[in-house]
Design a protein around this ligand. Structure first.
Ligand SMILES: Cc1ncc(C[n+]2csc(CCOP(=O)(O)OP(=O)(O)O)c2C)c(N)n1
Ligand SMILES: [Mg+2]
Length: 1004
C-alpha cells in the first residue's frame, strides 16, 4: 500500500520554496525523518515524514513552491506510526486556602499552636475562653488523629473563611524561631571536639592570611569578617555533606560566596592542597602561584569553579545551573545521581535584583537539587542590611511566596532551654519585635547590654535569665554558629523533594573578632588586626599558638598524624575528594565534515536571505550530524519567531520538565509549540539574565558535568552585552565555550524598532572580554566559515574561548565564496573585490556587516563616475584585527633591534595604494580600533548617536553610512590627501543632497 506525504499546516505561509530535498527514490525512511526543507522569507523548516516506508515517488524538486496539502512524495508500504498522543488531564483542584496555609513538619504544628495558646495576653482577644476552646480542639485533633488530619481541618476552615469573605492575616512568614524544632533535629554524627578545633584553625589561618597580606601592603585588601561569620556554615558542609567529583560520582557543585574565599584557602592549607608560600601570596597573583582575591576560575583553573564575587550573579547562575543539570538528565545525557547545587550568599547580596529574580523559576521547575544558604549576619558593607526590619523574615516571605522550602536557623542550642522554659510566650514575642539594627548592636555590646535591652523589656523575661551571668547571656549563640543546628538544617535540606530549599541562617559578622570588628558597622573592611586583636582572636577560639607565634602571625597546622588532620582527611575521603576543585574529563566533539557547510559557500543567485536565516539553516544542518546534534543547546528568550527558529519547536522540542500537559492551540501545524521532557530548545521567556545563565551553565558543562555541550544563545544584539555584560564577563572568567549570536544587529539594519533596539556598539562591548572572539559577517559563506571554525576551536580542540557573532535581518543575495578567502575571514579581513579600471586614484574600502554592501555599491559609483578604483575588503572582525595589531606592535617595541614583524592588517594593506575608508553599522570607534596599525590615512564612517525608527534607507542616510555618503566622503578624503581636486566632492555633496548644516548625529 502506498501513502502520500503532503505538506502539513505551515501556518500563514503560502507558496513556500523548497530549498532542499532530503530523500531519493528508493530510500527507506523512518517516521519523522525530514523529507524536504521549506523556506519562506522569514524562516526555514523541515517537513518530517508522517510514516515509515520506502520512497516510491518524488513529486517535488528544489525551487518548487508548495503550500499546505501539496504532495511531496509517496511511500511504499508506508505505515503510520502515528499514535494519538494522549494529553494528560491537568487537574487543578481549587482550594483557596492551600497556598496560604503554613504547613510545618509534624509536631512543629503542635508547638506553634501551643505557644500561641500561651499568648492569651493579647488585648485584641475579646473572648479568651472561646479562643482557648478552639485551640484545645485543634490540639486534641493533633494528639488523637495526627498532624495531617489537623492540617486537613485547618484547610477546610480557611477555605470556608475565604468563601465567607474574611480577611485572613498574612501568613508569608512563620514566627522568628528555627523552622526545625529541637526534638526533630537530626544529630550530627561528627566528633564535635575535633570539628571545633579544625574550625578554629581554619578561622585563624584565614584571618592570618589577610593580615599578613596587608603587612606587605595595605593595597592588597581582603576580608576577615565575612568568613568569620560563615565558618560553621562551610565547615558542616565540608565535613558532612558536599560530595566531590570522582570516577564514580559527578560531584556536588558549590557556589562559594566571593568574600569568603580566605576560608577556602585556609581549609585547603590544612588539607595539604595549598602550602604556606601560597598563603603568603594571597592577592599577589602576578607571579604564578599566588592566590586570587575571590573565586576566579580563569586565575585558578584547577581550584575555583564559579565566579561569584560580582554580587547577584551567583544565585541566578546557580538556579539555571540546577535547571541545566535536570535538563541533561531529562535528555538522557547524564545519569541522575542526586547531585546537589549549594549556593552561599550574603544577606546584603540578596538586595541584588538578580538574586531573587529567578527564584520563581527554581520553584516552578521543582529544583530539589538546589540549596541556597543565605548567611544573615545582618550587615553588608556600610551597615545593617535591614536595620528597621528583619532580613530573615523578609527573605522567608519572598522564598515561601515563590514556593521554596524554607529552613530558618536563627537561634543556637543555648536558646532551646529558654524557649522551653518560657511559659508566657513573651520570649518569642520579644524575638519577633526586636529589629535587626538592635540585634546587631546587641552582639557588639556584650551580655549586660543584652540583659538590659533584650530581656529587660518585660519583667517576666528578665526573671527568665535572672540566674544567668552576663557571660552566659553573651554565650546565647546564633543558629548559624551552632554546628548542631546547621547540621540539622542541611540534613533536612538534603531530604527535601519537589522544591528548592533555602537555609536562612542568622550569624554575627566578624564573629570572634571582638572590639576590632565583631558586629560593628566597619566590620566588612577590617583587614588589619593589631597584636591585641590577634591575641584575643587566638584566645577566643583556643588556637594553640604561643604569644610569640601570634605576634609573628604564624599559621597553625597540626602534624599529619594529629587526630584533627586525620579526621579532616578522612571526612573528605568519605565524601569522595576535595572541594573546591576544578577539572574536566569531557571528550571533544568531532567537528562535522566540511560538507555540512558546503552549500553556504555557493552563491544564492537571485535568492535573498538574511545572515540570521543562514545561521538558522546551518543549525538545522548541524542537527543532522550525529555527533553534534545531541549536544546543541539552542537558547532563545521568547524570540524564536523573530529569528525564524520556530521550526525547532516541533523538530527537537522545547524542554519542559513536566512534558506537555495541554494540547497546543497550533498542534496541527508543522511549527507547533511542542514542549517535552526531553526537549532540546531552552525557551527561556523574557529573561536575558536567565538565558545568559543557562548559556553559561551549558558552556561550562565540559567541566561541571564532564560533557561538552554546544550552547547557541540567540538574542536581539542590543539586549546582549549591554544588558548582561557582567554575566558575559563572568562567562569569560568561567572559561565558557559556546556561541552568542547577536541577531537583528546593526544600528541601521534593524530599521523600525528605534532607539532602544538598534545596536551600534555590542562589538565594542564584546571586544573588552579577552577570550571572546567576535565577528560581524556580511555573507552566508563568511558566517559558515566562522561558525565551523568556532566548532573546531571550542568543541573539538577545547580552546577556552567563546564566540560572539552578529547576524542581521536584511535580506539580500549572497555571492560565492572567493577562492582562498577562509584565512582572511577568520583573521578579520580579506580582499573581496578589486576595481582595476582606469585607476590612477586608488582607495582601500573596508566594510563590515551589512554596510559592506553599501561600500560595494559605493565602489561601483566611484569607479564608474569618478574614475576612482577601490580595493574592497570585507572586514569580518575589526576586533580580531586589533588584537593582532596590538600584539605585533608590542612585540616590535620590545625588540627594537629585530626586524619588525608585520601585523595582519599591514600585510593586507602595505602594497596597496590610497587612503583607507572604513565603514560599519557600528560606532566609529569599532573601525577606528585598527587605525594605529596602518600608516595609511584613515577615515571611518559609523553610526555614532542614538538610533531611531525609520526605513533602512533613511537611517543609513541619517547616520551617513549609505553608498552616497561613502562616495561623497571618499571624494572629500581624496581631496584632503591631495589626490584629486575638491570640486568632485563638492559636486557629490550637492548631487546627493547632503545637508552640510545638519548637526552631527550624536547631537540629534
Ligand atoms: C555587584 C557588586 N556590587 C558591589 C560589590 C561590593 N561589595 C562587596 S561585599 C559587599 C557587602 C556584602 O554584604 P553581604 O552580602 O551581606 O555579605 P557579608 O560579607 O555580610 O557576608 C559589597 C557591597 C560587589 N562585590 N558586587
Ligand atoms: Mg551580610
Amino acid at each position: 500500500m502506498s501513502q502520500n506525504i503532503i505538506v502539513p499546516d505551515i501556518g500563514d505561509f503560502e507558496s513556500v520554496e523548497i530549498i532542499e530535498v532530503l530523500v531519493k527514490i528508493g530510500d527507506q525512511i523512518n517516521k519523522d525523518d525530514p523529507v524536504v526543507t521549506l523556506e519562506s522569507d522569514k524562516s526555514s523548516v523541515e517537513v518530517p515524514s508522517p510514516f515509515s516506508g520506502k520512497v516510491s515517488e518524488l513529486k517535488v524538486k528544489i525551487g518548487d513552491k508548495v503550500s499546505k496539502g501539496s504532495l511531496l512524495a509517496k511511500l511504499e508500504n508506508g505505515r503510520s506510526n502515528n499514535k494519538t498522543e494522549s494529553v494528560p488531564e491537568h487537574e487543578v483542584k481549587q482550594d483557596v486556602s492551600g497556598a496560604e496555609l503554613v504547613k510545618p513538619p509534624n509536631n512543629k504544628l503542635k508547638k506553634i499552636i501551643k505557644t500561641s495558646s500561651s499568648q492569651a495576653v493579647n488585648k485584641d482577644d475579646l473572648d479568651p475562653i472561646e479562643t482557648q476552646e478552639w485551640l484545645e480542639s485543634l490540639n486534641a485533633v493533633i494528639e488523637n488523629d495526627g498532624p495531617s488530619r489537623a492540617s486537613f481541618l485547618l484547610n477546610k476552615v480557611i477555605s470556608e473563611a475565604y468563601t465567607a469573605g474574611l480577611v485572613l492575616p498574612d501568613t508569608r512568614t512563620t514566627p522568628y524561631i528555627n523552622t526545625i524544632p529541637p526534638e526533630l533535629e537530626v544529630k550530627s554524627p561528627g566528633d564535635q571536639n575535633i570539628e571545633k578545633k579544625l574550625r578554629a584553625y581554619v578561622r585563624w589561618n584565614a584571618a592570618a592570611m589577610v593580615v599578613k597580606a596587608n603587612k606587605i601592603s595595605s593595597e592588597l585588601g581582603g576580608h576577615i569578617g565575612t568568613f568569620a561569620s560563615a565558618a560553621t556554615l562551610y565547615d558542616v558542609g565540608m565535613n558532612h555533606f558536599w560530595r566531590a567529583k570522582n570516577k564514580s560520582f559527578g560531584g556536588d557543585l558549590i557556589y562559594f560566596q566571593g568574600h569568603s574565599a580566605p576560608g577556602m584557602y585556609a581549609r585547603a592549607f590544612l588539607e595539604g592542597r595549598i602550602d604556606e608560600k601560597q598563603l603568603n601570596r594571597f592577592r599577589q597573583e602576578v607571579a604564578s602561584g599566588g592566590l586570587s582575591s575571590y573565586p576566579h576560575p580563569w586565575l585558578m583553573p584547577k581550584f575555583w569553579q564559579f565566579p561569584t564575587v560580582s554580587m547577584g550573579l551567583g544565585p541566578i547562575m546557580a538556579i539555571y545551573q540546577a535547571r541545566f543539570l535536570k535538563y541533561l538528565i531529562n535528555r538522557g545525557l547524564l545519569k541522575d545521581e542526586g547531585r546537589k547545587i549549594w549556593v552561599f550568599l550574603g544577606d546584603g547580596e540578596m538586595d541584588e535584583p538578580e538574586s531573587l529574580g529567578a527564584i520563581g523559576l527554581a520553584a516552578r521547575e521543582k529544583l530539589d537539587n538546589l540549596i541556597f544558604v543565605v548567611n544573615c549576619n545582618l550587615q553588608r558593607l556600610d551597615g545593617p542590611v535591614r536595620g528597621n526590619g528583619k532580613i530573615i523574615q523578609e527573605l522567608e516571605g519572598s522564598f515561601r511566596g515563590a514556593g521554596w522550602n524554607v529552613l530558618k536557623v536563627i537561634w543556637g542550642s543555648y536558646w532551646d532551654p529558654l524557649l522551653k522554659a518560657d511559659k508566657t510566650g513573651l520570649l518569642m514575642k520579644r524575638m519577633n519585635e526586636v529589629v535587626d539594627g538592635e540585634y546587631q548592636a546587641m552582639k557588639a555590646k556584650g551580655g549586660a547590654y543584652v540583659r538590659e535591652k533584650f530581656f529587660g523589656k518585660y519583667p517576666e523575661l528578665k526573671e527568665l535569665v535572672s540566674s544567668m551571668t552576663d557571660n552566659d547571656i553573651w554565650r546565647l549563640n546564633r543558629g548559624g554558629h551552632d554546628p548542631h543546628k546547621v547540621y540539622a538544617a542541611y540534613h533536612s535540606a538534603m531530604q527535601n523533594q519537589g522544591s528548592p530549599t533555602v537555609v536562612i541562617a542568622k550569624t554575627v559578622k566578624g564573629y570572634g573578632m571582638g572590639k576590632s570588628g565583631e558586629s560593628i558597622n566597619t566590620t566588612h573592611q577590617q583587614k588589619k588586626l593589631d597584636e591585641q586583636d590577634l591575641l584575643y582572636y587566638r584566645d577566643r577560639f583556643n588556637v594553640p599558638l604561643t604569644d610569640e607565634q601570634v605576634k609573628n602571625i604564624e599559621y597553625y597546622k597540626p602534624s599529619e598524624n594529629s587526630e584533627e588532620i586525620k579526621y579532616l582527611k578522612e571526612r573528605r575521603k568519605q565524601l569522595g575528594g576535595f572541594i573546591p576543585e576544578r577539572s574536566s574529563l569531557s571528550k571533544p566533539i568531532k567537528a562535522p565534515p566540511k560538507d555540512i557547510f558546503e552549500s553556504f559557500m555557493k552563491s544564492t543567485g537571485d535568492k535573498e536571505m538574511s545572515t540570521t536565516m543562514a545561521l538558522v539553516r546551518m543549525l538545522t544542518n548541524l542537527l543532522r550530524d550525529k555527533n553534534v546534534a545531541p549536544r546543541l543547546v539552542p537558547i532563545i528568550p521568547d524570540e524564536a519567531r523573530t529569528f525564524g527558529m520556530e521550526g525547532f519547536f516541533r523538530k527537537i522540542g522545547i524542554y519542559a520538565h513536566e512534558g506537555q500537559k495541554y494540547e497546543p492551540e497550533d498542534s496541527e501545524q508543522l511549527s507547533s509549540y511542542k514542549e517535552e521532557k526531553s526537549g532540546q530548545v531552552l525557551e527561556e521567556g523574557i529573561t536575558e539574565a536567565g538565558a545568559m545563565s543557562s548559556w553559561i551553565a551549558a558552556a561550562t558543562a565540559y567541566t561541571n558535568h564532564d560533557i561538552e555541550m554546544i550552547p547557541v544563545y540567540i538574542f536581539y544584539s542590543m539586549f546582549g552585552f549591554q544588558r548582561v555584560g557582567d554575566f558575559a564577563w563572568a562567562a569569560g572568567d568561567a572559561q565558557a565555550r559556546g556561541f552568542l549570536i547577536g541577531a537583528t544587529a546593526g544600528r541601521t539594519t534593524l530599521a523600525g524598532e528605534g532607539l532602544q533596539h538598534q545596536d551600534g556598539h555590542s562589538h565594542i562591548l564584546a571586544s573588552m572580554i579577552p577570550n571572546c572572539v567576535s565577528y560581524d559577517p556580511t555573507f552566508s559563506y563568511e558566517m559558515a566559515v566562522i561558525f565551523r571554525e568556532g566548532l573546531r576551536r571550542m568543541h573539538e580542540k577545547n580552546e577556552n574561548v567563546f564566540y560572539y557573532i552578529t547576524a542581521m535581518n536584511e535580506n539580500y543575495s549572497h555571492p560565492e565564496k572567493p577562492e582562498g578567502a577562509d584565512e582572511g575571514i577568520l583573521k578579520g579581513m580579506y580582499l573581496f573585490k578589486e576595481y582595476k579600471n582606469k585607476g590612477k586614484i586608488k582607495i582601500q574600502l573596508l566594510g563590515s556587516g551589512t554596510i559592506l554592501r553599501e561600500a560595494i555599491a559605493a565602489a561601483k559609483i566611484l569607479s564608474e563616475e569618478y574614475g576612482v578604483d577601490s580595493d574592497i575588503w570585507s572586514v569580518t572582525s575589526f576586533n580580531e584585527l586589533r588584537k593582532n595589531g596590538m600584539e605585533v606592535e608590542r612585540k616590535n617595541l620590545l625588540n627594537p633591534n629585530n626586524k619588525k614583524e608585520k601585523s595582519y592588517i599591514e600585510k593586507c594593506l602595505e602594497k596597496r595604494d590610497g587612503p583607507v575608508i572604513a565603514v560599519s553599522d557600528y560606532v566609529r570607534s569599532f573601525s577606528d580600533q585598527i587605525r594605529p596599525y596602518t600608516d595609511k590615512s584613515f577615515y571611518s564612517l559609523g553610526t555614532d548617536g542614538f538610533g531611531r525608527s525609520d526605513t533602512r534607507k533613511n537611517l543609513r542616510k541619517f547616520f551617513e553610512v549609505d553608498k552616497e555618503h561613502i562616495v561623497a566622503y571618499t571624494l572629500s578624503a581624496l581631496a584632503k590627501e591631495q589626490l584629486m581636486g575638491s570640486d568632485n566632492a563638492e559636486k557629490a555633496i550637492k548631487k546627493y543632497n547632503i545637508d552640510k548644516n545638519k548637526a552631527f548625529p550624536t547631537k540629534l
